[in-house]
Ligand binder design. Structure first.
Ligand code: PGA
Length: 266
């Protein structure tokens, strides 16, 4: 059965995913409280997948509280090596040990504040897949790039470089989720219009058809991220190319996160 919001003239057969990116927020107590609230909520997991990406220090707690539920756990970053002298880093296998099935990679805050290049992201994406984690690979343009009308060129080069060596054994939709996050809309309250987001999502699907097998463009999940809130999620989800959201600020409170998750009821 198609999710209700899909009946509205928008035909998608990809299951939506609502992913909470907590960034560097919440103490252990606050994390436990939020996780318990989300866990107790009535979520129709036939209609939507739900994922939380707490800081590393709360992953163990998330595993403890969420084991046996359908809520997925992700990390917000990782190193590409399995182990060794990499002070301050975390390996893919360590993330798996604490219950992660997914990992966010190439977030714009990592790219700009921690100088991660697409080449580094590419190495991490390959390592994640190799370890059996599903990377949520973020791409997006800055305000300056948008104003210079370079958005699609930037997206194309981020895709080319970040997915260069991915998924040689398996098809891309099985092993990667993409997230389009215009940098100018992250944490600014300025969401891309649904048309702006849709245009980029359709461009990414076309790129996938041309660079991977034809089905990838139709079956891969592409999330939108950047100032997603309860009052704009429905409009975004009505776009045929958008399959869910990567949510920062609004995922730190149970009421707003749960209201975004249940977008299909509105
Ligand atoms: P925001 O962050 O929802 O606070 O804009 C989104 C993100 O950075 O993933």
């Amino acid at each position: 059965m198609l999710p209700k919001a899909w009946d509205n003239g928008v035909m998608k057969n990809r299951k939506p995913l609502m992913a909470a990116n907590w960034k560097m927020n919440l103490s252990l107590d606050e994390a436990g409280d939020l996780l318990n609230r989300v866990k107790k909520a009535e979520i129709d997991f036939n209609r939507v997948d739900v994922l939380v990406a707490p800081p590393f220090t709360s992953l163990q707690l998330a595993k403890k509280l969420l084991t046996g539920t359908s809520i997925l756990i992700a990390a917000q970053n990782m190193h590409w090596e399995a182990k060794g002298a990499f002070t301050g880093e975390i390996s893919p296998l360590m993330l798996k040990e604490v219950g992660c099935t997914h990992v966010i990679l190439g977030h714009s805050e990592r790219r700009t504040l921690f100088f991660e290049t697409s080449e580094v992201v590419n190495g991490k994406v390959s390592a994640a897949i190799e370890a059996g984690l599903i990377p949520i690979v973020c791409i997006g343009e800055t305000l300056e790039e948008r104003e210079e009308e370079r958005t699609l060129d930037i997206i194309r080069s981020q895709l080319n470089e970040s997915l260069k060596t991915s998924c040689q054994q398996r098809s891309l939709p099985e092993c990667v989720i993409l997230a389009y996050e215009p940098v100018w809309s992250i944490g600014t309250g300025r969401t891309a219009t649904s048309e702006q987001a849709q245009k980029v999502h359709l461009f990414v699907r076309r790129w996938l058809r041309e660079n991977f097998d034809h089905d990838s463009g139709d079956t891969i999940r592409i999330l939108y991220g950047g100032s997603v809130r309860p009052d704009n999620i429905r409009e975004l989800m009505l776009q045929s190319g958008i399959d869910g959201a990567l949510i920062g600020g609004a995922s730190l409170r149970a009421d707003s996160f749960l209201s975004i998750i249940s977008f299909y009821e509105s």
